[in-house]
Design a protein around this ligand. Structure first.
Ligand SMILES: [Zn+2]
Length: 446
């Protein structure tokens, strides 16, 4: 089946509206989130199914539902959806970000694309599979998790660590895929099969304290830190032209000379500099381990020369790059200022993860995409941020960022709604994603 079922589409939209209104805002603090509200909504939606709950700290509740399949040889599929959302700047929205209004065929609100749309479509698909007159071929687990937006500590990360047997599976399907677009060589859809690693560091820049009235020749840690920030911003490790980037580069609306230059580590920097920033940002991120100095703390008083400045650097690593490699890169970036800095142990670190794109599940995703969007070819995509898929990939489970969307929003417009203002999703996309999960559960072969 290819068409979305209008009944199920309506159910997904209604569930999405409730989940948006529950406003499970995760600001990164343990006391935020309140995903117990969306967990309760999932409980209500899946009343009668076998459910397990995880709540490692108060309010951060996750739910697991299981529907047994008919074919004992079929792989087990885990549908993984997060229930938290990031904060908003309400004044910049055209509609109430927590109103969950349906306006001109679109559901509005925080989480409408990241990722309550998919989480609600997964819940409705699982309910349909469990309550229709025949079971799915594959056993399907649906895990609605807290805390994805702050790294999964109280959600998928905790569950993978403490309740692995409950969520063990053969494939994971989660966010960040399925948006169609017209590339230079035809219609495409991205499905994520990899994501970059995280290697956050805190750099402590040292100086010598003194009186602010006599700055001449002073060893001012803030001035040293300013130069370190400049060097980090300018630092470019050598590009890695990986298979994900090759597939992506083929779709780019650039001339052949630019495309060739992008695929050569010696010329990619110059080619990026000449491109539209909307295109070059991702191209840069997917080919480089990146360093972004994003937080500075230090100094105590206007009349005191500071002896200590802390810099938080967001480092995102490519596949194959280790913690030791990051240390080498930092030393190279800092140059003769390296001995003025102590680097604290990694604050958050997780290696990049990659799943093969030649599995029966990825083949099925390719076939579903081509059925819904005739002629569309699927590109295995590398996410440059982080998702909960990493907890499963690093335990050897092929995990894909999937979904199925209508062409109503361009890939660029769609991407801008993640954590952006005026987040919204069209009903067709809600129906197509709901149908995708059903089709995968019925269509996957051993
Ligand atoms: Zn998300």
């Amino acid at each position: 089946m290819t068409e979305a079922d209008p009944q199920l589409t309506g159910e997904t939209a209604e569930l999405l509206q409730v989940m948006i209104r529950n406003a499970c805002i995760n600001d990164g603090t343990p006391a935020s989130g309140g995903e117990v509200r969306n967990a309760g909504t999932v409980d209500d939606a899946l009343d009668g199914l076998h459910l397990d709950h995880y709540e490692p700290i108060s309010g951060r509740r996750s739910v697991l539902a299981t529907v047994e399949g008919s074919d004992p040889d079929a792989p087990t599929i885990l549908l993984l959806g997060h229930t938290d959302v990031v904060p908003v700047s309400p004044d910049d929205w055209r509609e109430d970000p927590f109103g969950g209004e349906l306006i001109d065929g679109e559901v509005w609100g925080r989480g409408a694309v990241d990722m309550l749309n998919l989480t609600s479509s997964m819940a409705v698909a699982v309910r349909h599979l469990a309550t229709r007159d025949h079971p799915p071929r594959a056993t399907v687990k649906f895990l609605a998790v807290a805390d994805e937006e702050a790294g999964g500590t109280w959600g998928a990360g905790w569950i993978a660590e403490n309740a692995w047997d409950d969520v063990a599976c053969d494939y994971v399907l989660t966010e960040r895929g399925g948006v169609p677009f017209d590339g230079a060589d035809g219609r495409k859809l991205v499905m994520a099969s990899a994501e970059k690693g995280i290697g956050w560091r805190k750099l402590v820049v040292h100086g010598t304290p003194g009186h602010g009235s006599m700055p001449y020749g002073a060893d001012n840690a803030l001035i040293t830190a300013a130069e370190i920030v400049r060097r980090l911003a300018a630092y470019q490790p050598r590009a890695q032209i990986n298979e994900h980037f090759r597939a992506w580069a083929a779709t780019l609306p650039v001339d052949d000379a630019t495309r060739a230059a992008l695929l050569d580590p010696d010329t990619i920097q110059a080619a990026l500099a000449g491109m539209d920033p909307h295109l070059s940002q991702y191209c840069h991120a997917v080919t480089h381990t990146t360093f972004s100095p994003n937080v500075a703390h230090g100094g105590t008083k206007t009349n005191t020369i500071p002896d200590r400045i802390e810099l938080d650097v967001d480092i995102r690593t490519l596949p194959g790059v280790t913690d030791a490699d990051v240390e080498v890169m930092l030393t190279e970036a800092l140059g003769d200022l390296a001995d003025r800095v102590s680097i604290e142990d990694p604050v958050t670190t997780r290696a990049a993860t990659t799943s093969p794109s030649d599995t029966p599940m990825f083949d099925l995703l390719r076939r579903r995409a081509a059925a819904v969007h005739p002629g569309a070819e699927v590109i295995p995509w590398m996410i440059v941020g982080g998702t909960d898929a990493a907890f499963f990939r690093e335990r050897g489970i092929p995990s894909y960022g999937a979904g199925m969307f209508s062409p109503k929003a361009s890939l660029q417009e769609f991407a801008s709604r993640f954590h952006g203002h005026n987040e919204r999703i069209d009903l067709d996309s809600l129906g197509l994603s709901t149908q995708l999960w059903i089709d995968l559960a019925d269509g996957i072969s051993p």
